[in-house]
Design a protein. Sequence first.
Length: 364
Amino acid sequence: METYELAVDLGDRSYPIHIGRNQHIRLEELCGQLMSENKKVTALVDQGLTQANPSFMNKFLAGTSYLAIPSGETSKSIHWLSQAWDFLASQKVDRSGVLVVIGGGVTGDLGGFIAASYLRGISFIQIPTTLLAMVDSSVGGKTGVNIQAGKNLVGAFHQPFQVLIDLEVLKTLPQKEFSAGMAEIIKYGLLGNQALYQELVDLPEPLSPSSPALSKIIHQCCLDKAHIVQADERESATQGGRALLNLGHTFAHAIEAVAGYGHYLHGEAVAIGLVCAFRLSTKMGFCGNGSEADLISLLETYNLPITLKEPLLISNLMNAMQNDKKVITGNLRFVLIEEIGSTFVEKSVDPTLVSDVLQTIGAR
């Protein structure tokens, strides 16, 4: 696999993304430099990873004091946020301190918000260990936790100091987690990169951790997200911009909230959400150049769900959507597919159409 470097250009908040192998060497050099400047380095890690891949973790931790959190969406909570604040205080971390965050999207989102809120902001380094986190949540500075009312409703924009993507860890990533990451990769193709989408459709064999093309595709996704974030860092554009990255996510977040956090991997919910977004788009007269059969086939290639595991109430899903972050002045907005590789935010969608789409995935 090739190695890549790119930058997210945000002025004084810019940072590099390094993609390759042996990133622990880069981290060791970086931490050595930080500690030579008397900066305290601590870590937040996914407990499951310390058990499943101890050799990888030992390379990266190398004697660093760390707090381990349980794997899964339920750890993205106020409880673990508070635990982490107490941990940093016990380690005498001051504003010059740096938090190294090692894990998947849950750990990255939580770790980023810990860094954003502790002492009103300290630096952090993202080391994503799932495919989903590598291509999506580790880049862009969105951090946060879930509350009972919905997913990611409490958080902050806080850009990392660096992102280190080590492809070696994917070798021990469970297939289900790898597939969850593929949902986000497919999303990038649908929302703004027709060539990527067609490449995924045309691949003679499904991508796997050992695929030679994987590092290039991860780089392309990071590049696509960097371009969007650079243009609209805080999702304030009145049309398009960063909100487009939420393609399928209005449905996905509602499914996760109603089913109970942890019942679906985020990528699994996104897969169902992409099907919903595609169908809603076609119902509203868009996506004429796209084939639903191609999308379904692509998702099923990676054993991703296209319907609910068990029925959920449409009324509960609709209520959950009203708590979505994209709701403005009471209006629920959806990211729709104009055509493959081109999306837009629709501010006025007939709730009946949404209800009809939810029925097609098994809601009642």
